[in-house]
Ligand binder design. Structure first.
Ligand code: PMP
Length: 356
């Protein structure tokens, strides 16, 4: 049996080795799970309340248009409801928007070593991926814009994973102006709610060139639900209706999302706790001779100076049963990435993390 030509051309690689798989290899469970940028501060309690209430009517399909949640989101973000769409997380949205815009052979641009799910989504369409290296350990907007001149889609995570860097609204605006009108920017804002002082770029739903992608997985602490949304020109949202799974976003996810957005207080609390934890975590690395990269997210990436040191730090923490990640592509392959924890979790990390 053969698969489609596109599938046959994709190399067999596992982008994320699951913590559960690592636990099997280690033969014991992790004591700390600080490798997947999940929220250590729990789920939005209102989100959970919404999800629980929805369990009473699981016999029914959810509204395929998700009008109530889209309405609540539209109101919160001051964007028209026609400019919003929901799916099973940013991951699914990346896949959908790649299918919407890309044909085999089209060029797409991303940063080498940035969040890899975009690469998989693009590969699945048969597109050719151009990878622009990081510069100064952050996405290089000038080179990305240059590479985008012949591309159909450009992907940028802002804030970025795994560097943690955030490009300010002004820089982003200039970057967008440098992209040709035939190219669309998939702007992945999974971590945007963790910004404490900066004001994100205003939404412009009139522009067909920028698609904003956001998630309930991070600050809302609802990663297990699989819920994300896009804000884009209404034409794109309408076109997406041709290919999206109409009953893909469950009633449980929709109900959780509605209450989570209506009770935004949770995000303010988490943002504060996250900023404090990020500072504490950074200092812990500094005490071990590692240089924390500036971070606007819920993780800190530490420059270990060399790939070898980064690998030994990773190994040592895995052996201490602490789940973290190490970026695989240069120049960030000399770094390790640790998600913030609660004060108690960070105290335990401090004990388990060798100082030698
Ligand atoms: N984008 C980035 C940059 C991420 O780091 C992650 C999660 N690690 C995601 C998207 C995934 O988001 P979701 O859970 O909404 O699919």
């Amino acid at each position: 049996m053969t698969y489609s030509k596109i599938v046959e051309s994709i190399p067999t690689v596992v982008p994320f080795i699951a913590p559960e798989e690592l636990e099997e290899r280690l033969g014991s469970p992790f004591l700390l799970r600080l490798g997947a940028n999940e929220s250590p501060f729990g789920s939005s309690s209102f989100g959970v309340k919404g999800a629980k209430a929805a369990l009473d009517s699981l016999q029914n399909y959810a509204d395929p248009r998700a009008l109530e949640l889209r309405g609540v989101l539209g109101k919160k973000l001051s964007v028209p409801i026609e400019s919003t769409v929901l799916a099973g997380g940013i991951d699914e949205l990346l896949s959908l928007f790649c299918r919407l815009f890309l044909s085999p052979g089209d060029h797409v641009v991303t940063t080498l070593g940035s969040y890899p799910t975009f690469d998989f989504a693009a590969m699945g369409t048969g597109a050719t991926i151009i990878k622009v290296p990081y510069k100064d350990l952050r996405p290089d907007l000038d080179s990305l814009a240059e590479a985008a001149q012949n591309a159909k889609v450009v992907y940028l995570a802002n804030p970025d994973n795994p560097s943690g860097w955030y490009h300010e609204a002004e820089a982003l605006k200039k970057f967008i102006e440098g992209i040709p009108s035939s190219c669309v920017l998939l702007l992945d804002e999974a971590y945007i709610e963790f910004l404490t002082t900066q004001v994100p770029l205003a939404f412009d739903c009139e522009s067909p060139n920028v698609i904003r992608l956001r998630t309930f997985s991070k600050i809302f602490g609802l990663a297990g639900l699989r819920l994300g949304y896009a804000v884009a020109h209404p034409d794109h949202i309408e076109a997406l209706d041709k290919i999206r799974l109409h009953f893909g976003v469950s009633s449980v996810a929709q109900a959780a999302g509605i209450l989570a957005v209506q009770h935004f207080g949770h995000t303010i609390l988490v943002r504060e706790r996250n900023a404090k934890a990020r500072e504490l975590l950074s200092q812990m690395g500094v005490r071990r001779g590692l240089a924390p990269l500036p971070s606007w997210t819920n993780f800190v990436t530490f420059d270990c100076g060399s790939k070898e040191v980064a690998e030994s730090q990773l190994e040592q923490l895995l052996q201490a049963r602490v789940f973290i990640r190490k970026p695989s592509q240069p120049p960030l392959d000399r770094c390790i990435r640790i998600t913030v924890g609660t004060p108690e979790e960070l105290e335990l990390l401090d004990q388990l993390w060798d100082t030698e």
